[in-house]
Ligand binder design. Sequence first.
Ligand code: FAD
Ligand code: SF4
Length: 398
Amino acid sequence: MTSIAPHNKAKALKPGSRRPAKELCSECGLCDTYYIHYVKEACAFLNQQISELEAIAHGRSRNLNDENDWYFGVHQDMIAARKKQPIEGAQWTGIVSTIACEMLTQGLVEGVVCVQNTKEDRFQPMPVIARTTEEILAARVNKPTLSPNLSILEQVQQSGMKKLLVIGVGCQIQALRVVEKQLGLEKLYVLGTPCVDNVTREGLQKFLETTSKSPDTVVHYEFMQDFRVHFKHQDGSIEKVPFFGLKTNKLKDVFAPSCMSCFDYVNGLADLVVGYMGAEFGWQWITVRNETGQEMLGLVQEKLDTKEVISKGNRKQAVQQSIPAYDQGVTLPMWAAKLMGVVIEKVGPKGLEYARFSMDSHFTRNYLYVKRNHPEKLADHVPEFAKRIVDQYHLPEN
Ligand code: FAD
Ligand code: SF4
C-alpha cells in the first residue's frame, strides 16, 4: 500500500470551501491549500499556542517577570533604525524589502513569500513567491487588508525549494510555524511585521471614505507615533487626521473580527520583526528574536542608521480614559481632537512607552470583544502575557 502524506490526502477536503474559524477567520490562506488538514492545530483563532510555539522557534517562551519580554515577546535585541537611502515607495524606509533582496542575492534563500497587489487595485493583496529582486521590490508597501499569504504554500512544496524567506503578519506566521515541518524545507527564515486593526477590502473602503477627505487618491497610510493617521495621496501631499477625531461610532464594525480578537500584535513567532511603533517618529523599530533574526539583520547593517530605543512618559491614564470613550463610540469635534493631538504629542508616551500605549489600548478593547462575542473562547484564546496587560486596567463589567 502506498502511504499518502496527510496533507496530500486532504486534497479531497476541497481547499477553500470552508473556514473552520468561521467569522474569526483572518483569511491567512492556509485553508486554500491542502494544509487545511492541519487547520485545527494551526489556526491562530482555533488554537492559541503562542507560548509553546515560541519555545520551539526561539528556544524559550516569554519571561513574565521581565516587562519588555511580556510586552514585546522573546528578543535578543531591540533597536531603532532607518535606511541611509530609503527605497522610494516603501511603507517606511524599506528595511523589509532590503533584507529580502539581500537574502536572495546572497543565496541564503531561493524564494521570498511576499505580497504584491493586483493590476486593477493598489490595495488588493496578491501573494507571490518572488525569485528576483524586482519581484520583491514590487511587493514593497503595505496592502492594509487581510492577505492570504499562506495560499502559496502548495507552490513552495511543488517548486522543490529548500531555502525560503516568508514575510508576514502574526496570524499568518502562527499557522506557518505549525506546518513548517511539512514544507520539505532545509531552512525557513521568517521576517515579520507587527499588525493591528486590519480590514477586508470593503472595510478599507469604508475606513478611507469615513476618514480621508479624498479616499480615491490615497496610496499609503499609517497610524503614526504622533497620534495622527498620515494619508499619502497620489500627488505626494500628506493629510493628517488626529486619532482622537476618528469617527469611532462609524468605524466600530470596520475592523475584521479576527483582528478584534488578536493578541499577537508584535508577531511573537517571527525571527526578526520590523515595525515602527516602538521607535521615535521617523524611525523604524527592529526586534531581533533569535540567532536567525540576528543573521538576517546582519546582512543589511551597513545600509542602516541605527540608535537605541527609548521609553518616555506614562501611558496608563491615557489608556484608562480611552477604554470607555472607545466603548461608547465617543467622537470629539475636530478642533478638540486636533488640540488634544498637539498636547499629547508634546507630553505623551514616546518610544517603547508609545508601543505599550498602543498595545494596552488594543488588548483591552480586544479582550472586551472576545468576552462579549466569544465568551467560551476567553480563557484559552487570551495568552497569559495579554491577560497581564489587560489586568492593569478597569474594564466595564459587561
Ligand atoms: P517595505 O519594504 O515597504 O515592505 C513591506 C512588506 O510588507 C512587503 O514585503 C509585503 O510583502 C508585506 N506586506 C504588505 N502587505 C501585507 C499584508 N497585508 N500582510 C502581510 N504582509 C504584507 N507596524 C507597527 O509598528 N505597528 C502597527 O500597528 C503595524 N500595523 C501593520 C499592519 C499591516 C497590515 C502591515 C502589513 C504592517 C503593519 N506594520 C505595523 C508594519 C509597518 O507598517 C511596516 O510594514 C514595516 O515597518 C516595514 O516597513 P518597510 O518600509 O521596511 O516595508
Ligand atoms: Fe483557515 Fe487561516 Fe482562516 Fe484559520 S485564519 S480558518 S487557518 S484561512
